[in-house]
Design a protein around this ligand. Structure first.
Ligand SMILES: C[S@@+](CC[C@H](N)C(=O)[O-])C[C@H]1O[C@@H](n2cnc3c(N)ncnc32)[C@H](O)[C@@H]1O
Length: 425
């Protein structure tokens, strides 16, 4: 789920604040487009490929690139639309990146980004394999079932401006589902809080207070917030197909209402589990994929999940109670894998956080010798980097799908199938 990140304080550079006139090129990963000026790359937000714009430099650290906002569109793209949210635009809310693009154009931009990441980081051309980013049902607005609103020093809630600690105060977010986008939390002040989170499940809407955690972390970063439910249910019910799940209100669940069933369908379609097979489900959360994999392999099979959150493991035990051949084990993937997990998997499925699995986890799971690896990824860059590890070890990319589960933002979810080279020839 897109969460707005607080970045380092922006430093002044020679170009900061100046206006340049540029031709806009291809989209870059992160919600901007690439332009060039005086031999330097400029990442321009609020622009679209093919446009000519005047752009204000917002960040120049003196390196090879700077950042800018398009402030005047001299030659608009046919894909340009009026942003539906009054808070979208240069210097305003940082929650969205592509409000000024049509839905079809947003998916084309993300398709281009996925292809480019695989070319650059995995070293392969995916043109034959990857047909493009697919829309989820429900349109561009009203899909976020969870939003962490930021709270400013004055106690007012909104969303962070792009690469800023400043809060754009909101009275509604059109991306939110009812009860989340128009949450009553936006109508009052929250003094002393760093954020106020609203999450909706089948059974209601939970409000969670974020208080600054104690201490400091490396490089001046904020320690994790202390999060506590202050109104509504402490647990949220979720349904995928015919199956019900229960998840702690502050636990992980896919944010778009159609995401869990779409991703699970795509992933299971790719790895095609057979009755009696053994599956390792890494980064298992509350057991959503674990349960669906367990149904697919049946009682003669086995599914073992690995998850580092104690609370998610407890939720998974509840969610898997009727599937005794499936469990989620508490532990960090990077600690469990080198010890060889207690099953010999036919299939490995992984759904890591944004940082991806990383080289050593990828090497360890390739070493388990499964017949298929299904990788669900919320960042195409870390996915492509991890796929490269498999390709270098002689594996092949058998399928690549991508879904626009986060419309208006630059985020895109991918599903990749990896198979040992011999399996595909
Ligand atoms: C993207 S969520 C996926 C959850 C689940 N597959 C689902 O679809 O609901 C990633 C999960 O990985 C867990 N996690 C993060 N780092 C981990 C690690 N090093 N080892 C094991 N689990 C980890 C998080 O707690 C979170 O539940």
């Amino acid at each position: 789920m897109p969460r707005l990140r607080r970045s380092a304080v922006v430093e002044d550079g020679p170009l900061r604040g100046s206006i340049v006139e540029v031709e806009i090129g291809a989209p870059a990963h992160g919600g901007s487009c690439v332009a060039r000026h005086d031999g330097r790359v400029i990442f321009v937000r609020h622009a679209l490929p093919g446009e000519r714009v005047r752009a204000r430099i917002t960040e120049d650290r003196g390196g090879t690139f700077c950042r800018a906002d398009a402030v005047e569109i001299l030659r608009p793209s046919v894909d340009r639309v009026v942003p539906p949210c009054p808070h979208a635009g240069p210097g305003r809310c940082g929650g969205c990146d592509w409000q000024h693009a049509s839905g079809a154009a947003q998916r084309a931009l993300k398709t281009s980004v996925v292809r480019e990441q695989f070319t650059r980081l995995a070293g392969i051309d995916t043109a034959d394999l990857f047909t493009g980013v697919q829309a989820l049902p429900g349109g561009l607005l009203g899909w976020r079932t969870r939003i962490v609103y930021a709270v400013g020093p004055d106690g007012r809630a909104g969303l962070y401006r792009h690469r800023s600690h400043e809060v754009e105060v909101l009275d509604a977010c059109p991306l939110g589902v009812p009860g989340v986008g128009d949450a009553g939390v936006l109508a009052r002040d929250w003094p002393g809080l760093s954020g106020v989170e609203v999450a909706r499940g089948d059974g209601g809407v939970a409000v969670l207070a974020h208080r600054p955690g104690p201490g400091r972390q490396a490089r001046g970063r904020r320690p994790p917030d202390r999060v506590e439910v202050v109104a509504g249910p402490t647990r949220l019910d979720q349904r995928v197909g015919q199956r019900d799940f229960t998840v702690a209100a502050d636990g992980f669940w896919q944010v778009h209402p159609a995401a869990a069933s779409t991703f699970a369908g795509s992933l299971l379609g790719a790895v095609a589990p057979r009755p009696g097979e053994a599956v390792l489900d890494l980064y298992a959360g509350a057991g959503m994929l674990t349960a669906l994999l367990a149904e697919a392999v049946g009682a003669t099979g086995r599914v073992l999940g690995v998850e580092s959150s104690r609370r998610a493991v407890a939720d998974a035990a509840t969610n898997l109670a009727d599937l005794p051949w499936a469990q989620v084990q508490l532990g960090r993937v990077e600690d469990v894998l080198p010890d060889r997990p207690p099953i010999d998997p036919d299939i490995v499925v992984l759904d890591p956080p944004r940082a991806g699995a990383g080289r050593s986890v990828m090497a360890a799971l390739l070493g388990l010798g499964p017949r298929a690896i299904g990788y669900l990824a919320c960042d195409p860059a870390t996915l492509a980097r991890d796929v490269r590890v498999a390709l270098d070890a002689g594996w092949r990319l058998g399928a690549l799908h991508a879904f626009d589960a986060f419309p208006m933002t630059h985020h895109v979810e991918c599903v990749a199938l990896l198979t040992p080279d011999s399996a595909g020839t």
